[in-house]
Write a protein that binds this ligand. Structure first.
Ligand SMILES: Cc1cc2nc3c(=O)[nH]c(=O)nc-3n(C[C@H](O)[C@H](O)[C@H](O)COP(=O)(O)OP(=O)(O)OC[C@H]3O[C@@H](n4cnc5c(N)ncnc54)[C@H](O)[C@@H]3O)c2cc1C
Length: 445
């Protein structure tokens, strides 16, 4: 179903679905919407979780999945991609030519959905965020006009769309940097630990992360989750360690964790096209299915793993699940990507404000779609977020736009430097004065 969204907590209401075959169809639809003042929303992979998406009422869904062509440029250094392309498609297409690029880590997410707000993934250490690789974009603006946005064409918007892009237009296609694949073999180690190992576990992760200088090509993804086979009452700690290299090259990275005594330890060596599935985030895996479950995320950007607060979060999570078994598919996520490529970019050069962060932490709630449970989710989510934030003494709350739940301040989403917000507000006034793009981390006046 075109109108089925990934999270049942997102309750966007569409009166009609338009499936554009070419960019001009998007423009014609938006001109119609503009003339009759009908709300509209671009939907690609439908993974957006912002609760403001539920404010679309009697709207037009512009389902852009057919704008999914990919064409590699003759020089092999870029590709023209449709606004409806997505991670698994791009990874597989480029692999056939020995190429790779920055994408989200999960196989199912779009290129532009994540990319307009950041785009975190496994090649971030090499090439930066998704938005760092956008050369230009063909965009339909709120009034239906079609423009090209780049360093030399509407450069003000080029700055703003790389970080706050959901606010300004629909990207129908974009030229995107691609690269020769730096490695052929990837190693993925999965380990499961009992909760009593928590302190030693995060000590090791802090050593590995080395305050933002985690080896290029290394991604660690940790979750607290329930695993009844290990314990019916206490969460386990799951580590996914993914490395661009062979098992022997990865051995010094994962050996200290093995010494800690996981209850489960398995590994595989795969080509890059197999990494997402090997990590449980491939298109065929549970997390990628449009579900009949509600999902809500409460994210916090961090510098290091705060061991004291992580123990508090573990206890809160355990209590929440034991008191509210409907939440037993929930997780606490700790995402640790390599950062060198992302940090090499001048923070002022794009609207993405959180380049100082090293880690993305989030309390991720999954539960049956009942209104009564939304209140419980928010109660635990906000509490967890305040604990995670307290683990970052002296730092403001930084929120990843693509995980935001819609109650955040503009500073939390787009940065605390006054010039950033002034610039974004001016852009909003110039390109979307009537707030037609206000359903995803909107820049309000
Ligand atoms: C299972 C899962 C895995 C995730 N993995 C990652 C990850 O690895 N890395 C990461 O950084 N984030 C990740 N995210 C967060 C992700 O960035 C956001 O959920 C993102 O909004 C998803 O984009 P989409 O195309 O899938 O969803 P959609 O709901 O289709 O789009 C999300 C928003 O982007 C807008 N949009 C989409 N395409 C365009 C376009 N071409 N032009 C203009 N606007 C557009 C939509 O209008 C909507 O407002 C993940 C989320 C989930 C639920």
């Amino acid at each position: 179903m075109f109108t089925t969204l990934w999270s049942a907590a997102v309750d966007a209401n569409f009166a009609v679905v338009v499936v554009p075959g070419i960019a001009e169809d998007v423009a014609a639809t938006m001109k119609y919407a503009d003339r009759y003042n009908v709300p509209f929303l671009a939907v690609n992979r439908a993974h957006g979780t912002a609760s403001a998406l539920s404010n679309v009422y009697n709207g037009i869904e512009i389902y852009i999945h057919a704008l999914n062509s990919i064409e590699i440029a003759e020089n092999g250094e870029s590709a023209l991609m449709g606004g409806g392309t997505y991670q698994d498609q791009v990874v597989n297409y480029l692999a056939a030519y020995g190429k790779v690029t920055s994408t989200g880590a999960c196989g199912c997410v779009g290129m532009m959905g994540p990319g307009l707000g950041g785009g975190f993934g496994r090649f971030q250490g090499y090439f930066g965020l998704v938005l760092d690789n956008i050369i230009d974009m063909n965009v339909v603006l709120a009034d239906g006009s079609m423009v090209t946005v780049s360093e030399s064409s509407k450069s003000d918007l080029y700055w703003g769309m790389r970080g706050a892009g959901h606010n300004f237009g629909i990207v129908t296609s974009f030229n995107y940097k691609i690269y020769d694949q730096p490695v052929v073999t990837w190693f993925v180690e999965t380990m499961i630990f009992t909760g009593d190992k928590l302190e030693k576990f995060f000590e090791l992760l802090n050593i590995l992360g080395a305050n933002g200088t985690q080896p290029v090509g290394l991604t660690t993804y940790t979750v607290f989750a329930m695993s009844p086979e290990v314990s019916p009452t206490e969460p386990v700690i799951v580590l996914l360690l993914e490395y661009a290299g062979t098992e022997s090259e990865a051995e010094p990275l994962y050996a200290p964790f093995l010494s800690l005594g996981p209850v489960v330890a398995t590994n595989v060596t795969v080509p890059y096209t197999g990494v997402a599935h090997a990590s449980g985030s491939g298109v065929e895996d549970f997390v990628c299915q449009n579900s009949d479950l509600s999902w809500k995320l409460y994210p916090v950007g961090a510098l290091v793993y705060n061991i004291t607060t992580n123990r508090q979060i573990y206890s809160l999570f355990s209590k929440m699940i034991n008191d509210n078994p409907e939440f037993n598919n929930s997780v606490v996520q700790f995402e640790g990507y390599s950062l060198q490529g992302m940090k090499a970019v001048d923070p002022a050069s794009t609207a993405y404000a959180h380049r100082a962060d090293n880690l993305l932490l989030s309390y991720a709630l999954v539960y049956p779609p009942k209104k009564s449970l939304d209140a419980i989710a928010n109660k635990y989510g906000y509490h967890a977020r305040s604990i995670l934030h307290a683990g970052e003494p002296g730092r403001p709350l930084n929120t990843y736009v693509n995980y935001a739940s819609s109650d955040e301040t503009l500073e939390e989403l787009y940065g605390y430097e006054p010039w950033r917000l002034a610039r974004l507000r001016a852009l909003k006034q110039k390109y979307d004065p009537q707030g037609k793009f206000d359903f995803y981390a909107p820049i309000n006046p």
